[in-house]
Design a protein around this ligand. Structure first.
Ligand code: AKB
Length: 315
């Protein structure tokens, strides 16, 4: 039985992952932490501790107190915010990962931390981007994520820490909203379509990026963490994706459910240039072969579910 500590538990991934893991492994075996506290079900349905991830000692103390064997480190400043505050991004993203790696080394924990399609850059092949390819990102977030992958490999090779990671594409979800990402438009568009029957996209039409629906992302984390270590060649970190789409593709799908939906564009130059430096589509073959990565949601199924859930939540 696993005992898991999660950082950034109130964020977009954490708030759904905590609940799923508590169902799977028992509420008491999933310790949620975040820098803030609220009255959500994540806080009330099992152990919760306040944790500033830049405080290594506190991270160590909580991990030791609960005798966890696994650390899922989710805290990160995303791409658009990191471009505005590069120094803060470096200090938070890299400092907190070093703390997670050190705590994992000391306490012999398995460690998962997300990487991102942000590791790729303008010189990376942009269609069906392979697992092993050029990693020369032009964003601070990308620099952080490439450095993070290398550090996780280093701790595995040098100290035997069982590090694992996924290069997530944009994640679409109806629970907690993402913040500060380039791909956030793919979540905003659903809320705006239900509320206003319209959406102004800050990403230009024809800009393709990979996306994935949150239930598939959560399942991928669980499957990767459960996978036999000896089968993993890539570890840090696997390409995973469910769809390669442009804003107008989501718009067309929404229109099937909301015929009055209209879309226009007011491009944000910073976010657009980040999006253009990322691949159009990535290849997840290694994840499929090494630990059985699979998805349940394509664009059509995701759109139907998102609109149903948002409508239900608004009742
Ligand atoms: C972002 O847009 O920054 C993230 C990511 C793709 O890592 N959603």
């Amino acid at each position: 039985m696993k005992k898991i500590l999660i950082t950034g538990a109130l964020g977009q991934i954490g708030s759904e992952l905590v609940l799923k893991l508590r169902k799977l492994y028992g509420a008491d075996n999933v310790i949620a932490t975040d820098i803030r506290k609220n009255d959500s079900i994540v806080v009330t349905s099992g152990p919760f501790e306040l944790l500033d991830v830049t405080d290594e000692q506190k991270m160590y103390q909580i991990a030791k107190k609960y005798e966890v064997d696994t650390l899922i480190h989710l805290v990160a400043l995303l791409s658009a915010t990191a471009e505005e505050k590069p120094l803060l991004a470096w200090n938070l993203n890299m400092g907190s990962l070093m703390n997670a790696l050190e705590v994992s080394k000391e306490l012999k924990l398995q460690l998962f931390t997300p990487s991102s399609i942000g590791v790729f850059g303008p010189t990376t092949p942009s269609n069906l981007t392979p697992q092993d390819t050029i990693l020369r990102p032009t964003t601070m977030y990308g620099v952080n994520k490439v450095s993070g992958e290398l550090l996780c490999d280093y701790y595995f090779q040098k100290f035997g820490v069982d590090t694992r990671g996924l290069r997530f594409p944009g994640l679409v979800s109806y629970g907690t909203l993402p913040g500060g990402g380039t791909t956030d438009y793919a979540v905003e568009i659903f809320y705006s379509s239900v509320k206003n029957q319209s959406y102004t996209s800050y990403i230009d039409k024809g800009t393709y990026m990979d996306m994935m629906y949150m239930p598939d992302a959560i399942q991928a984390i669980i499957d990767l963490m459960e996978a036999d270590s000896s089968q993993l060649i890539h570890r840090n970190a696997f390409n995973v994706t469910a769809m390669s789409i442009a804003p107008e593709d989501i718009g067309a799908e929404i229109k099937k459910f909301i015929p009055s939906f209209v879309m226009d564009y007011k491009v944000d130059p910073t976010k657009q240039s980040i999006a253009e430096s990322w691949p159009n589509s990535i290849d997840a073959t290694c994840a499929k072969e090494e630990w059985g990565f699979h998805i349940e949601y394509d664009l059509g199924k995701m759109t139907k579910d998102m609109l149903e859930k948002i409508n239900k939540n608004q009742l």
